[in-house]
Design a protein around this ligand. Structure first.
Ligand code: SAH
Length: 360
């Protein structure tokens, strides 16, 4: 098996070491260095025999420059509130964004699941550049380790809300969740997977989660953003192929299989979908649904002239939902002074580069 070691659990590392003609004990050492010690390259794992390391380094695995499989930090941007955005380079010369968001007693890591994104939601900076490729398991786990290293703090929460559509890379996402829980000791309940909805994937995700993880206790967040199909298609062109009723049916199916309620994300765009009538329609749409609505005030991106909602509109929307017995919260904007919406740090970086980023 010629894949980077990051992402493999203890039994797989033991098997790998034995397949290399070493004892299983070497696999357990590697586990400690990969996850507890955060080794960046095989050079640093000095407990392993030097001859073996040299022999391995002569033949790197597919998909990485080094057997460990860590990324390289290209740029760091720290906001006044401590929110830290990292631009990380993959072995093939792509860049991805990952964000560490500190709050009382917590550290949330916002991870990317793809390089770019094919979904092209109109308000999203990442969507403007299309998809380059999906990330491998080690590239997802690496983001959490990179934030841990830079912020010198153990991440408590992980949200798949960075670049990409997780449901277009669900096997790697589930493998990464397994690794975060089994090898880094995180709790599944502290992990959130956010999707804008891909036809025919939610029931499969529910079943695969049970098979792969034994249980599905992470939170599924669905980016709804509109209370009806017409407005949703305006904001999310790909939703044309996935009627809002079919999406909600699939969410109900997901709840039935996993026993977990889902949460709905709703971006508030000033004057467009933030009026009281939209809140009323949303409450009607999800009536009787075991769910939670998370309101996200729009973070401006340069490519579009959507407006941020006024604080009064946000509050009125929240209250209208609450009065209709919908569990609702408003996401605080974090790190706005650093570089605004997710995906923007990377886009600015790409614009400043003389040549294409894919020079790998
Ligand atoms: N593709 C997934 C996950 C990535 S986006 C999804 O769509 O859910 C994570 C969340 O950030 C989504 O709810 C998305 O709609 C939201 N988002 C994207 N661009 C934004 C912006 N400019 N301002 C506020 N939220 C944004």
């Amino acid at each position: 098996m010629s894949v980077p070691l990051l992402g493999l659990g203890r039994p797989a590392l033991e098997d790998w070491a034995e397949a290399q003609g070493q004892s299983a004990f070497r696999g357990r050492q590697l586990h400690d260095w990969l996850y507890a010690k955060g080794a960046r390259s095989l050079d640093q794992v000095t407990v392993l025999p030097k001859a073996w390391r040299q022999q391995l380094q002569a033949v790197p695995p597919a998909g990485a420059n080094d057997w460990i499989g860590r990324s390289r930090e290209v740029q760091r941007s720290v906001a006044r509130d401590g929110t830290t955005k990292l631009l990380l380079a993959t072995h093939d010369g792509h860049t991805i964004e990952t964000v560490g968001i500190p709050a009382e007693g917590r550290l949330t890591v916002c991870v990317s699941s793809q390089v770019g994104c094919p979904m092209a939601c109109r308000f999203c900076a990442t969507g403007k550049g299309g998809l380059q490729r999906s990330l491998a398991v080690h590239e997802i786990v690496d983001q959490v380790l990179s934030v841990r290293e830079v912020m010198d703090q153990r991440p408590s929460h992980v949200v798949f809300m960075g670049m990409g559509e997780p449901l277009l890379n669900s096997e790697a996402v589930l493998a990464a969740i397994d690794c975060l829980c089994t090898d880094l000791g995180m709790a599944q309940r502290q992990i959130t997977v956010s999707t804008v909805g891909v036809p025919k994937t939610l029931p499969t995700l529910a079943e695969r989660s049970l098979e792969r993880l034994g249980r599905a206790q992470y939170t599924l967040a669905v980016s709804l953003h509109a209370p009806d199909q017409r407005l949703r298609e305006e904001l999310i062109p790909t939703s044309h192929a996935y009627p809002i009723e079919a999406l909600l049916d699939d969410c109900r199916h997901y709840v039935a299989i996993t026993g977990r309620r889902v949460s709905f994300e709703y971006i508030l765009l000033g004057g467009l979908n933030d009026q009281p009538r939209h809140a009323e329609a949303l409450a009607r749409l999800i009536r009787g649904f075991q769910s939670h609505v998370n309101l996200i005030p729009y973070n401006p991106i340069v490519e579009e002239d959507f407006q941020r909602p006024t604080p009064a509109a946000v509050e009125a929307f929240r209250r209208a939902l609450q009065e209709r017995h919908v569990a609702v919260s408003v996401r605080a904007s974090r790190g706005l002074d650093a570089d605004a919406a997710c995906g923007q740090l990377r886009r600015r970086h790409l614009e400043q580069m003389p040549a294409s980023p894919s020079h790998g």
